[in-house]
Design a protein around this ligand. Structure first.
Ligand code: UDP
Length: 413
């Protein structure tokens, strides 16, 4: 085993790594390309950053390409994102045409790599039309949807469906998100990398340095939500929940930390709305962090007593996984991928309103023993289900199955 695989084996057990090696064997030397629209910010970049090197380590010739676009393009793709998650948005035809032009320009740059690759994974709607401009493609193309597509606005879905239907397979994070398509749909939830700066254990002095830097009181309880400033993450609902809970826990502190993703044009506007809602309460720390602040986020999650992810829509919610891995109970919105991770009374609580969140915050601070027990369960739950090695195993299985053209069975060796 290589040094990198040894490090993963120390967390997952050797069997998990041997299984990966077995699955990778028939795919050795195959070229795999992942394409998304941002190198930093948001969950997709977070996953690819780690999935790609681990796949390489197993002998797959894997690379990661990022498409580029202008502000009109991102305005259009953010509308795709919001309307796939249910907002009724009619996108003007000029923007849709621009979206196609940008895909064509990117295809012109990437055509050789994409047409030659054995497997191409296209992440989310931004690069979905690349396939249309790669008519001589040789390999299998997979559309990977990271968004809650359970109730897409039909106008948007009809437009995207024209491009998605030409793929060989789709991946959704939950069965509830699957749409009717003329190819196989795979259910593969995302994952976190236990060895990344975002998730490794941190020394106590580093935790203390972060506590001091953000003027957090070590004696006072702390709740945190880490998220892009996006309305579906409901940062205003988090502030409401904090204010309600604070009536019973007067020294409660709240950290709301986020950054911007280069493919998300709404961050600044939402941040300003959140700043108004936070007012001048010195116990609310509203932080805008740079995209490489992984250890800082790691420390904030570890310093917290409870982590919130009060989203009203959530494809998966890596922030939930990250918090559970650190042994923190999570109070999460009862939606999408959060439901896969937050199990009431075991790893946290699912809530629908700020009042519900406040109630659970109070419950947990009154039940310190329960909080600890939940934290222990949370970490093991992630180890079993949501580590990078599991996601890669499922990607390898998918590739083997597509390679052999077996719809309902996979043959190894
Ligand atoms: N994240 C970050 N900085 C921030 C906000 C979020 O590094 O300011 C990370 C967060 O730790 C997580 C990812 O970005 O790994 C967000 O993924 P998630 O699935 O929770 O939400 P998405 O942004 O993809 O909707």
């Amino acid at each position: 085993m290589t040094a990198m695989l040894d490090c993963y084996a120390a967390v997952t057990g050797e069997d998990v790594i041997r299984h990966l090696q077995q699955l990778a064997e028939p795919l050795k030397g195959k070229s795999v390309v992942h394409v998304n629209s941002t190198r930093v910010g948001g969950g997709v970049a977070e996953i690819l950053e780690k999935l790609v090197p681990l796949a390489r380590e197993l002998g797959l010739d894997t690379r990661w390409e990022v498409i580029s676009g202008d502000s009109e393009f991102y305005q259009c793709t953010k509308s795709f994102h919001n309307s796939i998650q249910g907002d009724r948005i009619t996108i003007p035809e000029t923007l849709l045409n621009h979206f196609l032009e940008v895909n064509e320009q990117n295809a012109n740059h990437l055509r050789n790599v994409l047409e030659e690759a054995d497997f191409v994974f296209i992440h989310d709607p931004q690069p979905v039309a690349l396939l249309k401009f790669c008519s001589k493609r040789k390999g299998k193309w997979i559309w990977r949807c990271h968004i809650d597509a359970s109730h897409p606005y039909r106008g948007t879905w009809r437009f995207l469906d024209r491009y998605i239907r030409d793929y060989d397979a789709s991946i959704f994070s939950l069965s509830q998100f699957v749409q009717l398509l003329p190819h196989p749909a795979y259910i593969i939830p995302p994952s976190i990398d236990p060895l990344s700066d975002k998730n490794v254990d941190l020394p106590q002095d580093e935790l203390e340095a972060v506590r001091t830097r953000f003027e957090l009181n070590p004696e006072a309880p702390l709740i945190t939500q880490i998220s892009r400033f996006d309305r579906f993450k409901d940062p205003i609902g988090v502030i409401k929940a904090y204010k309600l809970a604070k009536q019973y826990i007067p020294n409660l502190q709240l950290v709301l930390a986020g950054g911007t993703a280069t493919d998300d044009p709404e961050g600044e506007v939402v941040f300003n709305e959140v700043a108004v809602a936070a007012g001048d309460d010195p116990n609310i720390k509203l932080l805008q962090l740079p995209p490489d602040a992984h250890r800082t986020i790691n420390a904030l999650q570890r310093l917290s007593d409870i982590v919130l992810q009060k989203s009203t829509k959530e494809g998966f919610g890596l922030t939930v996984t990250e918090a559970l891995w650190k042994g923190k109970p999570v109070i999460g919105g009862d939606t999408g991928g959060i439901r896969l991770q937050v199990i009431n009374f075991h790893t946290g609580f699912l809530v629908n309103t700020p009042e519900g969140a406040a109630l659970r915050i109070r419950y947990l601070f009154n039940q310190k023993q329960k909080m600890q027990e939940m934290g222990i369960k949370s970490k093991e739950f992630v180890r079993e289900n949501f580590l990078l090695t599991r996601q890669l195993r499922e990607h390898l299985t998918l590739m083997v199955s597509l390679q052999h053209g077996a719809g309902d069975r996979i043959e190894l060796g």
